[in-house]
Design a protein around this ligand. Structure first.
Ligand code: ATP
Length: 447
């Protein structure tokens, strides 16, 4: 974070983050040249790096560092019976109302900020219909005919395939309960009002862990996975005052859930969920056992009785977390000399570009390129030879590059470069031979 003694951070507005994202190629509307398509977003060259880094970190922590979790990558379209078993065909809906005048559709539980009706005379109030339920699953057709029998759904959550694959994965990986199955993938929801940039989209990515435990241990696993996930967000650099856990009240719980808590982040548009931790009981395995007619139970080693494990789920939105990272890192910093700099204080693990190599003159290209080639074998780095050095630093600050490596005329003779750190703007002279180790220490900190 900025040194409070010589700098001051100004409040972040959503528009500034959205504008930076488009201008620098993090995230922008899908099909932009056609005017965009509501609820769909494209990640550009910097955005895809940020997102991939976040997913890799999640995978590292949740799958690779644990011997009790297996990863999978299932198909987006699954057997339609899966969505009957899961309850989505029957229950996955939001109450919605239509305005009879302007014909717009809104979520009945989110009518506080719908704005004025543009179509009524003498009043700006909408003329709402009664609320009706609207299923959020996106449909498609498989094969040549378009009828009920060929209807399939784009998955609205990634976890159902984990339940359907539970037996296969447990046996193939020779796992025993308690253990978990994890996956990262696209999910689709026909949200009535996509809004707040990528926060509520119609196509998004989830990173989910379904942890299977004996029923008597459910509370223990719920608490420990909640703590683990909260720590993950803290490790990304979210400060305590921007993170909170909100346990669900009994009347808020999904029909199958025994306990649930949201991890919420303070966005410029208020406290909002970025991750849900749910005790789903044995609902999913019981339903798939019933609908598929396959026994998904396991045997208790001691009593030899068959039972269905309960599931503790951690489900985080990759896009929402990326947005939280961008919002949290974005700062218009007022400097001591009266200037303002835009800086994105990203954790080095997720920063799209880890270091920029900046030759002070075009004449120094050969030596600087050698360093660039060497660092490219380790990280995503960027070579920039154009513009004055101050402007080049600012361009990197704005996209969150943690370190800039400046190659100057002295470098040619003393074999050293200047490394400038984004947040403190401190500079240090480092020998080229020690550069990789120096960068590694800063780019890959232990925590
Ligand atoms: P919300 O109440 O905000 O619609 P939810 O409770 O329906 O979210 P879950 O079904 O628990 O969300 O999904 C798990 C995670 O998936 C959420 O915490 C969120 O990060 C992400 N997610 C869900 N819906 C969307 C969406 N429309 N756009 C982006 N991310 C989403």
């Amino acid at each position: 974070m900025a040194d409070p003694k010589n700098s001051e951070s100004l409040p972040v507005r959503m528009e500034e983050v959205v504008s930076l994202c488009a201008r620098r190629g993090f995230i922008f509307p899908s099909s932009e040249i056609y005017g965009g398509i509501n609820g769909f977003w494209d990640y550009g060259p910097l955005g895809v790096e940020l997102k991939n880094n976040l997913k890799a970190l999640w995978w590292q922590r949740m799958v690779r560092e644990r011997d009790d979790v297996e990863g999978i990558d299932s198909s987006i379209i699954a057997h339609p019976r899966i969505w009957e078993a899961s309850g989505h065909v029957e229950h996955f809906s939001d109450p919605m109302v239509d305005c009879r005048a302007c014909k717009k559709r809104f979520r009945a539980d989110q009518l506080d900020d719908v704005g004025a009706c543009p179509s009524r005379e003498g009043t700006s109030e909408h003329d709402f219909t009664d609320a009706r339920n609207f299923n959020l699953m996106l449909k498609t057709f498989i094969g040549a005919s378009e009828d009920v029998a060929s209807t399939a759904f784009l998955r609205p959550e990634t976890c159902q395939s984990i339940f359907a694959d539970f037996k296969r994965v447990r046996e193939a990986a020779r796992q025993q309960v308690p253990f978990g199955i994890a996956q990262i993938g696209k999910a689709f929801r026909n949200e009535i009002n996509p809004r707040n940039f990528t926060f509520r989209s119609r196509e998004f990515e989830q990173a989910e862990l379904e942890f299977f435990a004996p029923p008597e241990d459910r509370e223990k696993w719920f608490e420990s996975l909640l703590a683990l996930r909260l720590q993950f967000h803290k490790d990304l650099g979210f400060p305590d005052e921007r993170l909170r856990v909100r346990p669900h009240a009994d009347d808020e719980l999904a029909h199958y859930a025994n306990a649930a808590a949201d991890i919420e982040f303070l966005f410029p548009f208020g406290w909002q969920e970025i991750e849900g931790i749910h005790d789903r009981g044995d609902w999913d395995l019981r339903r798939h056992t019933e609908f598929a007619g396959k026994d998904l139970g396991v045997t208790n080693d001691e009593t030899k009785e068959r039972y269905l494990p309960v599931v503790i789920e951690t489900s985080v939105g990759v896009d929402r977390t990326c947005l939280a990272i961008l919002v949290n890192g974005f700062e218009e910093e007022a400097l001591e000399n009266g200037e303002t700099r835009s800086v994105l204080r990203l954790h080095p693990r997720v920063a799209p570009i880890k270091a920029a190599i900046l030759p002070l003159s075009k004449k120094l290209a050969e030596g600087a390129r050698k360093i660039d080639q060497d660092l490219r074998r380790h990280w995503n780095v960027f070579y920039d030879a154009s513009g004055n050095i101050g402007r080049r630093y600012r361009r990197q600050d704005e996209i969150g590059t943690p370190l800039c490596v400046t190659y100057d005329f002295d470098s040619e003779t003393d074999g050293k470069v200047t490394v400038r750190e984004r947040d403190s703007m401190n500079q240090e002279r480092i020998s080229c031979d020690a550069l990789v180790a120096y960068l590694r220490e800063r780019l890959e900190p232990e925590a």
